[in-house]
Design a protein. Structure first.
Length: 640
């Protein structure tokens, strides 16, 4: 028996052991129950059991444990296991939400009062059991957003004229223009949209609109641009400069718009080996406007930290695709915030104000939405995909969970869609064809000396984005580890790699942990090169393109927190785009393969998407499996 189980009171041990033995509960979950038992004079058995499950839910990305849901559908707590496995979840089948709530109400370990300064480790709030830190973050995010929504920012005096100058007349509703108008009057704006809907273009025009008005008033805005990962920051940095140069504004306005995007960790000043940031409510950021791209990747903890670091009068604009995968850590903040985005639900006075400001009638989007809905805009026109694009149509069908539509799209023989199997030969053929370009560029453009190394490395990194193999799992035959080994071996056998183990030229790697000394952030991708030295020798270095557009060469020995990335998880691909994406699905349906995962994978592809699967089973199961993360944030902000 595991020592943690042995240390628990017998009734708690008996209730938790089946789930622990099955791998549903982690040692960390048991450790919390043990800690609470050790520091309580008369610990409540029910509370100790629920504390372990609350920790387990947090580990699975949920902000809280919803008692009613767990009692009505215990299998939802362990979706990776068979729903008829009574042993694993047997304790839950004898419980009711009301009985559990009564037990929690009598426990000294649980706070029911909503006291932010309390020190009880658990909080029970409206049928949801939270770890205190999660509850505090959720309430803080809700309250700070509500505070922003309670005030109206001063809109530019010539708003209509400035909008007309930035946006050419177009038939129908120009949602980019509507988004900029909404942002001009609020301290919080949410802009969501799918791939190619012009989110970057909208951001740049919004910056021009607000900066020009500020400059006309005699004081420019202090603007900060950020993204959750270094990779997302680098991509936005690369695209934003061209968009700024194309703005129909004067040169001094362009010069006052920043072109560098940083990571959120760097923006807030993460303290090494700590969850704390230098900027917080006591030391807020010196900024008038903060724009965060790829906001769907922001977890609850990071969102709370961001809001604490902003003054109430700092405008905040969050941009992202609400339908993408939720954050890796707990919460689905962007999805919770944008719950009304598709329907609009604008109040009559919002519709009237938008018509006065933009000349557009958004009456069909009228509704009785929350205050947050009045500051949300959804971009609905895709400029990336042609009307006959298979990628665009497939992404839409998947997003809607429409299995019959997705089947019809696959049968229409689109030139940007392809299917293949998952045999070793099929994966090898995909990888050799997809990765050949960057490896041949590596060999053919190698400079003879130090001059030209940066251009060479940049060219190789650019070619590396032409193809990417994605997968849903980390373990198993269709997981990251197995596929990386398989692909490296295939490329070596094809004569494109000198070896397939250890450090070798051509090995692509991803940073898995922030390194503030080197400036490398979690998610940064580099490629290993044999770089010419002054004495004519070649030495292995790993080239990274940083968020500011500069190139950094690192010794492999300095990189102990990296992993090979011929194959990467769909989660890790967020914030990136590739010409050609191939998604490898496992043969058996896995709970992690959800509708949002399919959608995210498809929308990483700019020109071509290939599905590698043995049958349709995993695909169809994922379409019917939307991601649902337990949280109270949507109810706090939208009343539901």
């Amino acid at each position: 028996m595991h020592p943690l189980l042995a240390s628990l009171p017998a009734p708690v041990r008996e209730a938790l052991q089946p789930a622990f033995d099955a791998g549903v509960l982690r040692p960390l979950d048991l450790a919390l129950a043990q800690l609470l038992a050790r520091h309580s004079d008369s610990p409540c058995v029910t509370t100790l059991i629920l504390s372990a499950w609350c920790s387990q839910q947090h580990g699975n990305g949920h902000v809280c444990l919803v008692l009613a849901n767990a009692c009505q559908d215990p299998a939802s707590l362990a979706p990776e296991h068979s729903s008829d496995d009574a042993a694993i979840l047997g304790w839950w089948r004898d419980q009711s939400a009301s009985t559990l709530a009564t037990a929690l109400s009598k426990s000294a370990l649980v706070d029911h009062s909503g006291d932010r300064d309390g020190n009880s480790p658990l909080v029970f709030d409206d049928g949801r059991l939270y770890l205190r830190r999660n509850w505090r973050d959720e309430v803080d995010v809700s309250d700070r957003l509500a505070e922003r929504l309670s005030h109206t920012a001063q809109t530019p005096d010539a708003l209509t004229q400035q909008l007309d100058a930035l946006f050419a007349p177009t038939p129908g509703t120009d949602w980019q223009k509507a988004a900029c108008a909404l942002a001009a009057r609020g301290y919080l704006t949410l802009i969501t949209g799918g791939p190619g809907t012009g989110k970057t273009t909208t951001v740049v025009r919004l910056l021009a609109l607000l900066q020009q008005s500020a400059l006309d008033a005699g004081k420019g805005l202090r603007i900060r641009l950020a993204a959750p990962t270094g990779k997302a920051a680098a991509r936005l940095t690369a695209s934003i400069g061209t968009a700024i140069d194309a703005l129909p504004v004067s040169g001094h306005v362009r010069e006052a718009i920043p072109r560098e995007v940083t990571t959120l960790h760097k923006l807030l000043g993460r303290r090494p080996d700590s969850r704390r940031f230098r900027h917080n409510s006591d030391n807020p950021l010196h900024a008038d406007l903060v724009v965060v791209d790829e906001a769907s990747m922001i977890d609850l903890d990071m969102m709370a930290s961001l809001l604490r670091a902003l003054t109430p009068t700092t405008r905040l604009v969050l941009i992202g695709d609400k339908d993408q995968l939720a954050s890796v850590e707990a919460g689905a903040v962007m999805g919770d915030l944008c719950i009304d985005a598709a329907a609009g639900h604008y109040h009559a006075d919002t519709v009237e104000w938008l018509q006065d400001a933009t000349g557009m009638d958004l009456g069909e989007w009228r509704g009785e939405g929350s205050r947050l809905a009045q500051h949300t805009a959804m971009l609905r026109t895709s400029y990336r995909f042609r009307a006959d694009s298979g990628i665009g149509a497939l992404a839409g069908a998947v997003n809607a969970g429409d299995a019959s539509a997705s089947k019809a799209i696959w049968e229409q023989d689109h030139d940007d869609l392809a299917r293949t199997g998952t045999s070793a030969a099929a994966i090898a053929a995909l990888a050799v064809a997809g990765y050949r370009d960057y490896l041949e560029t590596l060999q053919q453009q190698r400079p003879s000396g130090r001059d030209g190394v940066d251009d060479w490395a940049a060219a190789v990194l650019s070619q590396l984005t032409r193809f990417q193999l994605l997968c849903a799992l980390r373990q198993g035959p269709a997981g990251v580890q197995a596929l990386n080994d398989q692909v490296a071996r295939a490329l070596h056998e094809a004569g494109l790699l000198p070896r397939d183990e250890g450090w070798y030229e051509g090995r692509p790697v991803m940073v898995t942990r922030n390194d503030y000394q080197s400036g490398l952030m979690n998610g940064d991708v580099g490629v290993t090169l044999e770089v010419p030295q002054a004495d004519g020798s070649l030495r292995l270095r790993v080239a990274f393109l940083l968020a500011d557009g500069s190139l950094r060469l690192m010794l492999p020995s300095r990189l102990d927190q990296v992993e090979t990335t011929f194959a990467m998880t769909v989660h890790k691909s967020q914030g990136s785009e590739f010409d050609h994406v191939a998604l490898v699905l496992p043969d058996d349906s896995a709970p992690v393969v959800t509708r949002e995962l399919l959608y995210t994978a498809i929308t990483r592809a700019r020109k071509r998407f290939t599905l590698a699967s043995r049958t349709d089973a995993s695909w169809l199961a994922a379409l019917a499996r939307p991601t649902r993360r337990a949280s109270g944030l949507a109810q706090r902000l939208h009343g539901r």
